[in-house]
Design a binder for this molecule. Structure first.
Ligand code: SF4
Length: 703
């Protein structure tokens, strides 16, 4: 009997970036196991990753291009896409078109999409669904470090003595990392502090849970900075040699949070709990602070990120093993998208529109004199421009904004009105119904390229299945449209390896060492080397070296080489609850589901734990609203309403409600959390507020 062949690849779900071994039997059946050699997971997989083999069926797959619902040839579809985009640009200028892309794209896909929009169309109107996930961390890193750099690596969790998890349900959203943290807790007594309004599964095994009031994170960390200063627990040498702005940040923090009692009152915590957290942080040199969507998805997310980073800079706890601020990303390639400029306000290779010489450099490298010279529209503003009619042609790649964008009703209406919408994706979604042209894209198992995880480690996604029907790789679709728009010479890429080499060469182009994001060492990989590329960190300026420990020398990629303290102040949440909308609605993930369930929703064992959408309420709130566990409820905000089952839970604080973000019309009519959320965004990052929307709930009239 023929033996199964085994292929080394990477999980397509979260930013942990676990290595996967996919075994394909002679009958085509695929089973997966964790790759014991991958340094992100050493063989572990979570429930979602271990069910990957069950998501590979062709149910719901897009197999042929379609125009207006009828099957079309690739030539016909691509000709139409190129013609409509060219027409809009000719009649209304380059800013009349936009791409809305995804952290599901591979780096090579992202690279050519960014190159086409920014370099050759001449607009920066390309933004990504990662805007909803980690844009505030990007903005916070750039303010503090000069570049969007995550200083930490996963080994830091193995040797930390204190791990602070803030705004991160790590146990469910990054399960393999959480297992690694628990191993450190068992083996070396690492203490874990969880900062989250909800008592999540992550809090089940922590030493201290701070269930703070939503949106009070800046106050808590300003109080910590003030406490460190007052207690003499700062690293004066590091502050003097390696940073700027300490005095202003410390003064504002002290004014904002003059005492622990004031912090406790403002955050809704006890003095004893705040004191315990501050003492733990102050007394533990090896401290990592992990933050995720609970921090980022806020109208003040960037300030929250900088409040955290300020505390690490004040103690010099950065650039050393077992310590540092650590943003973990939601998607498998959120980091790769950041590298190539997948955000509308970034140029490429971590270069910035604020730097005219960087724009000239990128234009020279691409030989693209029309390269965009200013930032484009961020996701929420992009869909507003679609609604206003300013965007005439929109191409959505690998994402489902009809469900995932805030104020999703408005987004759906905008797509209905748009002159021309293209959707390239692997399967039918709530968004594909708005497409004038549908393009079938390659799925996991068929894709060929690279992704970068939360610790800056680049890994391969390797194909092991044939492309079904007429599906094509995203990079190939984009290059074929670019050629039809007259840019064929610049998009004559024949393989993802060629694109990767160009991306790596751009990162090193005219870099005198001032920019940290540098892949020059892998810019000349052979095709065979690329195929067998072993996971490695960036920066990789040399072939044989990778710089794992960033900022160890106390130098940062700012003009003066110093990290910047950013003075921040606690601000009120964008909306406050009132008599009409008395509950603060929070949204987030479930352990067994991924995004809008387009893959995990097809796996019965992943659906078993939470088969239908539910809204979690504290018992007192349920009683006050005459609801009991299992009731069907009508949950509404000023932006929309959904129907969901009530789940009464002590884990929920009084006055707050929680609903998972996953459900869409495909799985349960009128249950998309995006219908409820507000389009208010952080002024620095453009990331929407998804964690605190005033809501009300009543029993659904089922009679
Ligand atoms: Fe995949 Fe994330 Fe689970 Fe790892 S932790 S198997 S990357 S979903």
């Amino acid at each position: 009997m023929e033996e199964a062949r085994e292929v080394r690849t990477t999980c397509p779900y979260c930013g942990v970036g676990c290595g996967v071994l996919a075994a394909i039997a002679a009958d085509g059946k695929t089973t997966v196991r964790g790759d014991p050699e991958h340094p992100a997971n050493f063989g572990r997989l979570c429930s979602k990753g271990s069910a990957l083999g069950e998501t590979l069926g062709l149910d719901g797959r897009l197999l042929h291009p379609k125009i207006g619902g009828r099957q079309a040839s690739w030539d016909e579809a691509l000709d139409l896409v190129a013609a409509k985009f060219s027409q809009a640009i000719a009649e209304h200028g380059p800013d009349s078109v936009a791409f809305y892309v995804s952290g599901q794209l591979l780096t090579e896909d992202y690279y050519v999409a960014n190159k086409l929009m920014k370099g050759f169309i001449g607009s920066a109107n390309i933004d990504t669904n990662s805007r909803l996930c980690m844009a505030s961390s990007v903005a916070g890193h750039r303010r503090a470090f000069g570049e969007d750099i995550v200083p930490g690596v996963y080994e830091d969790f193995d040797c930390a003595d204190l791990i602070v998890l803030t705004g991160s349900n790590t146990a469910w959203c990054h399960p393999v990392l959480y297992q690694r943290m628990l191993a450190a807790r068992r083996e070396r007594g690492t203490r874990i502090v969880v900062i989250d309004p909800r008592r999540t599964a992550t809090a089940d095994e922590c030493d201290l849970h701070l269930a703070l009031d939503p949106g009070t994170d800046v106050l808590l960390f300003n109080g910590l900075l003030a406490h460190l200063v007052q207690g003499g627990k700062i690293d004066a040498d590091f502050i003097r040699e390696s940073t700027t702005g300490f005095d202003a940040a410390a003064a504002l923090a002290t004014a904002d949070a003059p005492s622990i009692a004031r912090v406790a009152k403002g955050c809704g915590l006890t003095v004893a709990d705040v004191q315990a957290f501050y003492d733990l942080f102050a007394g533990t040199e090896r401290t990592v602070t992990v933050y995720s969507q609970g921090v980022n998805q806020s109208a003040h997310g960037t300030d929250k990120v900088n409040a955290i980073i300020n505390c690490h800079l004040a103690t010099g706890r950065i650039g050393k093993p077992g310590m540092g601020p650590f943003s973990v990303t939601g998607q498998p390639n959120a980091m790769g998208g950041r590298e190539v400029g997948g955000l509308a306000n970034q140029l490429a290779a971590h270069m910035d529109f604020a730097d005219q010489s960087a724009i000239d450099r990128v234009a020279r490298f691409w030989n693209a004199p029309d390269t965009a010279r200013r930032a484009g529209l961020k996701a929420v503003d992009m869909f507003q421009a679609v609604a206003d009619g300013r965007i005439k042609a929109l191409w959505i790649m690998g994402t489902n904004p009809a469900v995932s964008m805030p104020d999703a009703s408005r987004v759906r209406a905008a797509m209905s009105k748009c002159d021309f919408v293209v959707v390239s994706d692997v399967a039918r979604t709530d968004t594909t119904r708005y497409a004038d042209v549908l393009l079938p894209a390659a799925a996991w198992g068929e894709k060929d390229g690279t992704v970068t995880n939360s610790e800056r480690r680049i890994s391969r996604q390797t194909p092991f299945l044939p492309l079904p029907g007429e599906a094509k790789a995203d990079w190939r679709i984009i290059c074929e449209v670019a050629a039809r728009m007259g840019f064929g010479d610049a998009f004559a890429h024949r393989t993802p390896a060629e694109i990767f080499r160009e991306h790596a060469a751009l990162s090193a182009f005219e870099n005198d060492g001032g920019r940290l994001f540098d892949l020059g060492g892998v810019a000349d990989l052979s095709d065979a080397d690329y195929a067998g590329f072993a996971p490695r960190h960036w920066p990789a300026p040399n072939r044989d070296e990778q710089q794992i420990r960033l900022f160890a020398d106390g130098r940062f990629p700012t003009p003066d080489g110093r990290a910047r303290f950013v003075p921040v102040r606690q601000e009120a949440t964008a909306f406050t609850v009132d008599a009409d909308y008395p509950l603060a609605l929070n949204t987030g993930r479930l352990r067994d589901q991924w995004h809008t369930m387009t893959r995990t929703g097809n796996v019965p064992r992943l659906m078993a734990n939470a088969p239908e959408p539910a809204v979690d309420l504290n018992p007192a709130d349920a009683a006050a609203h005459h609801l009991k566990d299992g009731d069907l409820a009508h949950l509404s905000t000023r932006f929309g309403f959904v129907r969901a089952r009530v789940r009464v839970s002590e884990a929920q604080r009084r006055g707050q409600a929680f609903m998972p973000m996953h459900w869409s019309g495909q799985f349960a009519a009128r249950a998309a959390a995006g219908l409820l959320s507000s389009p208010v965004t952080d002024p620095h990052s453009g990331q929407p507020e998804l964690k605190h929307v005033p809501a009300r709930i009543v029993r659904e009239n089922t009679g």
